[in-house]
Design a protein around this ligand. Structure first.
Ligand code: MCN
Ligand code: MO
Length: 719
């Protein structure tokens, strides 16, 4: 049995020894380097781009202006870092010299950087053609909010603000494209090779079969590499036109400015409840600071629709509004709408508890959904679980009350520590995924997956699933991914969907392949065989998979040795409770995360080692959201936090001690794997848990403090 075992990653050796090939490791004969001239202004009309001097520079092979590549659409740039020209040269140093020779005349325009400023009549328009800064608006509604509000004995209202952050993957984005006169191949640090293939084929008007996209090793993405970026199209086009390989790799500052940012949602809410703490209605507006282009579709919408969280709230009306500003476009960042929804509703629960003088545990018990499946007020159906029991078991397992008591005692000893927890339900998994499984001549198996792992260890987890389904040693299963030449379509790794959607596709493929092999084995053995442990047997005779495969190649039996399965996976809903302990330095206001504990019901856990890794890494990102990270622009739209010296990404030094638990009686999803996603759970649950812990700590020395925005920095505490 392999599923459920903490098997170390097969990927580790190649990665840790530095032998893994990332985009920047790719060197092709005759390769050129591309670089971009980017706007120093957040908002400006582009009056003139003069490339003539740059074109004459040593080493320059080609220059491309706005007309050729469609830079600065509409004749203006809308955020600092937007491209206006591209230079291609034979050498990186010469390239950067040449980029300096490009002359661009700009007419600066007033920039709009704040969501509420952008909504004001007469505000500068980020996109004149739109005639408004509202890129998207949708109201989600269910029940009867108005009468429920009238009935409510208590009402609270507030603004909750989540800052903008940089996903800051270890590897910046990069692309290599090569055209040999027939095939165009693109290597990209991406989560979506299938989309790149489709988009590039469309943009260059070449048939899909003549385009191949490859995802080499990718050093992290966190959702920031799940759109097809303009650079992927531009570099492909340059390679296609020049018939020479072209490489572009972003510098760290370039990556900070041009890779999508995350979060940046604000909620204005009003909640009505009974005096004993039952929430009757919730209404409000979620604003997304969408940046200069509406690339991150549906972020405010997900936050709006998941706002009720794991609580039974029957009346709701929440508007989702995406507002354009002169900043880097916003898109998915680990959790993409659910960390925000969870921060919002958990802050609301805590506020309501305070208001009513009810314990924070108690108020949740009163509101948690009692019966699953459950369709929330905005029409989302949560699949399986027992929230109340899991919540109680979780708090018990995490030692919540003991820790609270310990915090009291520590205070007597002069140490200010705080304990906080959060509860979450989140939506994971969507769409189709593809798997191709082949029986090899020696009785081993190759699984081709359309998933696009970039740190999750999916090659190991998928091998576990396939080995278990085929009842063969895990060493005999090889997992291959990241190439549209091997598998033609799929969605990829995002939305904590991989093991559930892609793993289920792999199980279906394994079942089909077993059927095929059984058919051939029947012919080979001349009786009706049973399959077990890689062997077919009946009537005292037996044949191994290897025997059967060879018989097929010899023409003695017929079977498909390669099968494909496409699985469509409805969403699954993991549930859990996370707890944080922090220490506050009463002199400086500095907060140190000390301990982080989690208890999650994610259905079947395929590999506890990988799943725990997801929790520890994800929690650190959510801790940073609570305490450290924040994208800061000045009033003209210059990105102040433009590199890792100015932007506080946590390291192992900031990490707390972790204890990771999975529910002892988990609730399976309905998919063949029985899993629910875990890739984003800790980023979702950690920020509100940490904020609650900080609030708890601060109140020990400064009663009544309420935290309604992130990050909570020492400055905020001593304001
Ligand atoms: N797993 C498990 N049992 C489960 C669920 C998951 O053992 N019930 C394991 C899986 O085998 C897999 C890992 O946990 O190794 C995550 O699986 P899953 O929840 O299916 O999520 P995905 O593989 O689809 O990963 C995507 C998710 C997302 S959306 C972001 S964002 C994110 C994350 O993964 N970005 C990451 N984790 C990341 N980890 C790294 N190192 N780098 C990123 O960029
Ligand atoms: Mo993601």
């Amino acid at each position: 049995k392999y599923v459920g075992r903490p098997i170390p990653r097969f990927e580790d050796d190649v990665i840790l020894s530095g032998r893994a090939q990332y985009v920047d490791d790719i060197v092709l004969p005759g390769m050129l380097y591309a670089g971009f001239v980017r706007s120093p202004y957040a908002h400006a009309r582009v009056l003139r781009v003069d490339l003539s001097d740059a074109a004459k520079q040593k080493g320059v092979v080609a220059v491309f202006g706005p007309e050729e590549m469609g830079f600065a659409p509409g004749g203006k740039v809308r955020y600092q870092g937007e491209a206006v020209a591209m230079v291609v040269a034979g050498d990186r140093y010469l390239l950067y010299d040449a980029l300096e020779k490009v002359v661009v005349d700009y007419e600066p325009l007033p920039a709009v950087l704040d969501v509420f400023e952008a909504l004001r009549p007469g505000a500068p328009l980020v996109d004149e053609n739109l005639g408004t800064n509202i890129a998207h608006e949708e109201v989600y509604e269910g029940g009867d909010v108005d009468s429920a509000m009238r009935e409510a004995e208590v009402k609270i209202e507030e603004r909750l603000t989540i800052q903008r952050v940089v996903p800051a993957a270890m590897e910046p984005r990069g692309v290599v494209a090569a055209y040999d006169g027939d095939m165009l191949t693109i290597w990209s640090s991406t989560q979506v090779p299938f989309d790149i293939r489709k988009e590039v084929a469309k943009a260059l008007d070449i048939p899909l079969v003549k385009v191949r996209a490859v995802q080499p090793f990718v050093g992290g993405a966190f959702g920031s590499k799940l759109i097809v970026y303009p650079e992927e199209i531009w570099v492909s086009k340059a390679a296609y036109l020049l018939k020479r390989p072209v490489k572009w790799v972003a510098t760290r500052s370039e990556d900070f400015k041009t890779t999508t940012h995350g979060r940046a949602l604000i909620l204005d809410y009003r909640v009505g409840a009974t005096r004993d703490g039952r929430i009757l209605a919730i209404e409000g507006t979620v604003y997304a600071d969408a940046g200069a282009y509406y690339w991150g579709e549906g972020l405010a919408d997900t936050a709006a629709r998941m706002l009720p969280g794991p609580y039974d709230i029957r009346n709701g009306r929440v508007k989702a509004v995406a507002v354009l500003t002169n900043k880097t476009p916003l898109s998915a960042y680990r959790g993409a709408g659910r960390p925000e929804a969870t921060f919002f509703i958990e802050r609301i629960m805590d506020r309501l508890a305070d208001e009513l003088g009810i314990d924070r545990v108690e108020i949740r018990e009163r509101n948690l959904i009692r019966q699953l499946p459950y369709t929330n007020v905005f029409g989302i159906t949560y699949d399986t679980g027992d929230y109340l029991t899991t919540f109680k078991q979780g708090l018990e397992r995490l030692g919540y009350s003991q820790l609270k008591q310990w915090a009291e005692e520590e205070l007597k000893r002069g140490r200010v520590v705080g304990v906080g927890f959060s509860v979450y339900v989140e939506i994971t998994t969507f769409g189709y995924e593809t798997a191709i499984l082949r029986a090899e001549r020696d009785g081993t198996f190759t699984l081709y997956t359309a998933l696009t792992p970039h740190g999750q260890g999916l090659a190991t987890a998928l091998a576990q699933i396939v080995a278990e389904e085929l009842d063969v040693p895990i060493e005999s299963v090889k997992v291959v991914w990241g190439d549209t030449a091997l598998i033609s379509d799929g969605i990829g790794t995002m939305g904590s969907r991989s093991i559930t959607a892609g793993g289920s596709a792999a199980i279906l493929a394994a079942r089909r392949l077993k059927e095929e092999l059984l058919k051939a084995a029947r012919k080979v053995l001349g009786c009706d065989p049973e399959y077990s442990g890689g062997k077919f047997s009946c009537g005292g005779k037996s044949a191994t998979v290897k025997d059967v495969v060879r018989a097929v190649y010899r023409g003695e039996a017929e079977a498909q040795l390669t099968v494909e399965a496409i699985y469509h996976a409805d969403s699954t809903f993991p549930f859990g409770v996370h707890l944080a302990v922090v220490e506050l330095d009463p002199e400086t206001g500095f907060v140190k995360p000390m301990l982080y504990k989690s208890y999650d019901d994610v259905g079947v856990v395929v590999n506890p080692l990988l799943a725990s890794g997801q929790i520890t890494g994800g929690a650190l990102q959510g801790i940073a959201q609570a305490l450290y990270e924040e994208v800061v622009y000045d009033e003209s739209g210059n990105l102040i936090t433009s590199n890792l010296a100015f932007y506080y990404v946590p390291t192992a030094a900031e990490a707390p001690k972790y204890e990771v638990y999975f529910a002892e009686s988990p609730h399976r999803s309905k998919h063949p794997t029985g899993t629910k996603g875990i890739g984003e759970a800790a980023t979702i649950a950690s920020t509100p848990a940490v904020i609650a812990a900080v609030e708890d700590a601060v109140r020990r020395i400064k009663p009544g403090v309420r935290i309604n925005k992130t990050p909570v920095t020492p400055e905020f505490l001593w304001r």
